[in-house]
Ligand binder design. Structure first.
Ligand SMILES: NC(=O)c1ccc[n+]([C@@H]2O[C@H](COP(=O)([O-])OP(=O)(O)OC[C@H]3O[C@@H](n4cnc5c(N)ncnc54)[C@H](O)[C@@H]3O)[C@@H](O)[C@H]2O)c1
Length: 327
């Protein structure tokens, strides 16, 4: 039987998941929640639902419709209250990145879900770009020897701040890159240093630039430098292994992977995505498998806590000036 879903947030980023889940045999969207009439109308049209499926609050939607799961794709500071309400109603939850904007909220959600036997999934789509699972496989198999260190640099010329939130660059954009970096390096992060700054000419309400260093359990280290207030756009990720470096550039899903050795640079193939699925199709497939088979996937709430702990540690290290042990 299809998993019946209520979608909180009907348009913009929400339409990516709503469109895929409407087409999927695994899901049946039954209601939408939104506060914007135009976005609601577009969401109803996409999901082929009537006006009786439109609600302005999750409380009302849960009251009027039988459902199994809630999909939250709203501005970030209201993820946590919607997750809490859905779990309290006994529903599985799929939530857009970032899981929440505080470690405490994310840990509470995971504990509540596990105590109630409910599934949580956080839709970190960037890590599903085929270059990253391919890097992870090469590092795991030590194709080019063991990894030594990694460097990720992201200049994003966004043009303006994100929705209001604590440390908006880190929680709303940096969370993609930190999650991806952690997914590509098959090691456990143990210690984090970070500084967060606003350029002298910057205009953001919270720091738009982060420098951080992550140490892993085997001595591998990684540097992440990211900003959303750059004056140009560029992305680079390099992992130096004993015999050669694996490198990628750009953020598109058809990016190629480069092998660099001395002055030689060659393009190497990336592994095909599972079942040829797009990142959003993989996400809904993982959510269905979590619910139907009880399997743990890479996007489960518990697994996402590692990313949230590193994000929280970067913010705490900025405040204290000290390295933060992840324990
Ligand atoms: N993975 C990605 O590539 C990607 C890209 C963009 C945004 N996002 C994430 O998606 C989420 C939403 O971002 P967005 O830019 O689409 O935001 P948005 O402001 O466009 O809001 C998304 C939807 O939520 C609705 N909404 C706002 N307040 C609401 C409320 N109180 N109750 C119900 N619905 C409400 C909006 O009307 C809209 O339809 C965020 O978590 C963001 O970080 C992810």
């Amino acid at each position: 039987m299809a998993i019946r879903t209520i979608h909180v947030g009907a348009w913009n980023r929400a339409r990516s998941h709503l469109g895929v889940m409407t087409q999927s045999e695994d899901f049946e969207p039954v209601a939408l929640v939104d506060v914007n009439d135009d976005f609601m109308a577009q969401g109803l049209d996409l999901a082929d639902l009537g006006s009786d499926a439109a609600h302005s609050s999750l409380t009302e939607a849960l009251d009027r419709h039988d459902c199994d799961a809630v999909v939250v794709v709203t501005p970030v500071v209201i993820h946590a209250p919607f997750i809490d309400e859905a779990l309290a109603a006994g529903k599985h939850v799929m939530v857009e990145k970032p899981f929440t904007v505080s470690l405490e909220d994310a840990e509470r959600a995971v504990a509540t879900a596990e105590a109630a036997g409910l599934q949580l999934l956080v839709t970190q789509n960037d890590r599903l770009n085929p270059v990253y699972p391919t890097i992870r496989r090469h590092l795991g198999e030590e194709t080019y020897g063991p990894p030594g260190y990694a460097v990720m640099i992201h200049h994003k010329a966004r043009g303006g701040p994100y929705h209001d939130s604590p440390h908006m660059h880190l929680w709303q954009q940096g969370v993609h890159q930190i999650d991806t970096l952690l997914s590509a390096i098959p090691r456990t992060p143990v210690r984090v240093r970070g500084i967060s700054v606003e350029p002298a000419w910057g205009t953001w309400p919270t720091p738009s630039l982060v420098h951080s260093i992550i140490e892993f359990d085997d001595g591998t280290s990684a540097t992440y430098v990211g900003t959303s207030q750059a004056r140009h756009s560029e992305f680079q990720f390099t992992v130096e292994c004993e015999e050669a470096a694996l490198a990628t550039s750009g953020l598109r899903t058809n990016d190629s992977l480069l092998l660099k050795r001395g002055a030689e640079v060659e393009s190497i193939p990336t592994d095909p995505p599972p079942g040829g699925m797009s990142p959003e199709e993989q996400i809904s497939d993982m959510f269905a498998r979590q619910i139907n088979e009880g399997v743990d996937t890479q996007l489960s709430g518990r697994n996402n806590l590692i990313t949230i702990r590193v994000i929280d540690a970067i913010a705490r290290s900025t405040a204290s000036g000290e390295a933060v042990d992840l324990g």
